[in-house]
Design a protein around this ligand. Structure first.
Ligand SMILES: [Zn+2]
Length: 117
């Protein structure tokens, strides 16, 4: 799902997108000319390989997410964590979800069996 930056109001607009069994939904609000705040929830399940035994299992997720989306390269001073830059006129929520997905895959996760020890 994509929304043109200029169509995102400061009062906020609902968004929803999904990849596989993961859903990402919430509200996107314009906070300055090029900057949009996206607050929402990532919910669903993710296939994951156990980092101890390699067993594949399904991991349930429900995470509150807050991300800033900037149209173009972010130039302001001050560090913003969780900033994603979009180099065209569209805020693409799939890109945000995809990048969160990548970070979940970097987590060290053990399956139920390995968690017992
Ligand atoms: Zn395991």
């Amino acid at each position: 799902m994509k929304i043109e930056f200029k169509k995102i109001p400061s009062s906020g607009v609902d968004f929803e997108t999904s990849i596989g069994d993961l859903r990402f939904y919430g509200i996107a609000k314009k906070i300055s000319e090029n900057l949009v705040n996206c607050k929402g929830v990532i919910e669903g399940s993710l296939r994951h390989h156990c980092d101890r035994c390699g067993e594949e299992f399904s991991r349930k997720l429900k995470d509150n997410i807050e991300i800033f989306a900037n149209k173009g390269i972010y130039k302001d001073d001050g560090e913003l964590i969780n900033l994603i830059e979009f180099l065209d006129d569209y805020l693409n929520f799939d890109t945000i979800l995809q990048s969160e997905l990548e970070s979940y895959k970097c987590d060290y996760i053990y399956c139920e069996n390995c968690n017992k020890y």
